[in-house]
Design a protein around this ligand. Structure first.
Ligand code: CS2
Ligand code: MG
Length: 405
């Protein structure tokens, strides 16, 4: 069997998705996600101009060799664009291998380690009460874990809070230039404790709470936040601080027992190796699409398991349902699975394009037993929603200093 054709399709059912389809000379095909929010076309070009020509005629069963070929063979290793491209090819090859074997991919990884995949939902509110009402909605649907993000008094827009928008920033259609948001650490500290205190007062300790700081704090500020959060027993505090210097998490770790999660912006194991082996974090949140696919995430999960670090794959609205499918196979297999972020299966346009039979009930996701990844991509439907350039916001402090969004 040989790779005969590779198609890269960009569609925008509310937000841009980049989907790769690898087709063999025997007609079997697989799909993968290559979506990199705000830089989608860079990945498309990388794939079409630099990757596809090298793969035509190769044996699609040689997943590992193709992964190594695309990773080491490029010389200029790593980076989000390279790794998203490798990820999409990798997911598609696992999809093909499963289809040929007549097995869902998780069976090829080692089978199920649990009945279902525990999810956490997002409660985003314009006020603390609004946020807590959203928590209630998720609890009523059976979710056992909810991430709380609430507007910060005095700031126009805050990560995760929808403002006057009807939907996530990632789904607010195209933004021809990056919007600029303002950040104040002081205003944030003035409200975050109240949010969690009122949440615990209303829901007791039955619900797991999570919170995404979105890299807005310095390490010592993260240490301070971690200590303040201890009384609320969070499941984890996410992206408390940027960790390009992985040692900086030693500053946080020595001050607080609040569990720490990081990793959604990482694209190789090297970005998190020290954090994991020095046990500076408790959850690694790498996404299959951004970190090199199933082959790479399996490696990271196994490495993390040696250090009691759990996987909690990124699952924001800018990761396509194909990425969610890949995560489902990894999550149901990984002995050190922790929890999966879940923001729904997308809007109606997205459901028209990406078809699957994964199910969600009482805050748990259940596998599709279809061979391969268990998800189909309707190219015709996709072409109804053409690419629209869109950017993630940029963040500045109140004095204008460029900050971490
Ligand atoms: C967030 C993401 O879901 C999360 O944890 O950090 O929504 C993130 O902002 C987006 O994926 C960026 O594109
Ligand atoms: Mg996040």
């Amino acid at each position: 069997m040989k790779i005969k054709e590779i198609k890269v399709t960009v569609c925008s059912p509310g937000r841009n998705f980049v989907t790769v389809k690898v087709i063999t000379d025997e007609g079997t095909y697989g799909i993968g996600d290559a979506t990199l929010n705000g830089r989608e076309m860079a990945v498309v070009t990388y794939l079409e101009e630099h990757v596809v020509p090298c793969l035509i005629g190769r044996d699609p069963s040689e997943i590992e060799d193709i992964w190594q070929y695309l990773y080491k063979g490029v010389y200029w290793r790593k980076g989000p664009i390279t790794m998203a491209s490798i990820a999409a090819i990798d997911m598609a090859l696992w999809d093909i291998k499963g289809k040929i074997a007549g097995l869902p991919v998780y069976q090829l990884l080692g089978g199920k380690s649990r009945r279902g995949v525990t999810l956490y939902a997002h409660a985003n509110g314009e006020s603390i009460n609004d946020t807590l009402d959203k928590v209630q909605e998720h609890v009523d649907q059976g979710f056992k874990a909810v991430r709380l993000q609430s507007a910060i008094p005095g700031l126009k827009v805050t990560y995760g809070v929808l403002g006057d928008k009807k939907d996530y920033f990632e789904l607010q259609g195209n933004r021809p230039l990056p919007p600029e948001d303002e950040w104040s650490t002081q205003k944030y500290f003035n409200s975050i404790v109240d949010l969690m205190r009122q949440a615990r007062a209303r829901f007791g300790n039955e619900v797991e709470f999570l919170h995404d700081v979105h890299s807005r704090l310095t390490p010592i500020e993260s240490a301070r936040l971690g200590k303040l959060m201890e009384e609320f027993s969070l499941l984890f505090l996410e992206d408390a601080s940027i960790a390009e210097n992985q040692d900086s998490y030693k500053v946080i770790r020595q001050h607080t027992t609040t569990p720490l999660a990081i990793g959604e912006t990482y694209n190789t194991i090297w970005d998190c190796k020290d954090l994991i082996q020095n046990q500076l974090i408790d959850y690694i949140r790498v996404a299959a699409t951004h970190a090199g696919g199933i082959t790479a995430l399996r490696r990271i999960a196994d490495f993390a398991s040696i250090y009691n670090v759990k996987i909690a794959p990124h699952g924001a609205p800018d990761l396509s349902p194909v990425c969610f499918a890949a995560h489902m196979h990894l999550n149901i297999w990984a002995p050190n699975f922790g929890i999966q972020e879940f923001v729904g299966f997308g809007n109606d346009k997205s459901k028209e394009i990406f078809k699957h039979n994964f199910t969600v009930e009482n805050g748990m996701a259940y596998m599709s037993e279809a061979p391969g990844l268990g998800i189909e991509f309707d190219e015709e439907a996709a072409l109804k929603y053409p690419y629209k350039r869109s950017y993630l916001p940029v963040s500045r402090l109140e004095d204008g200093t460029l900050w971490n969004w």
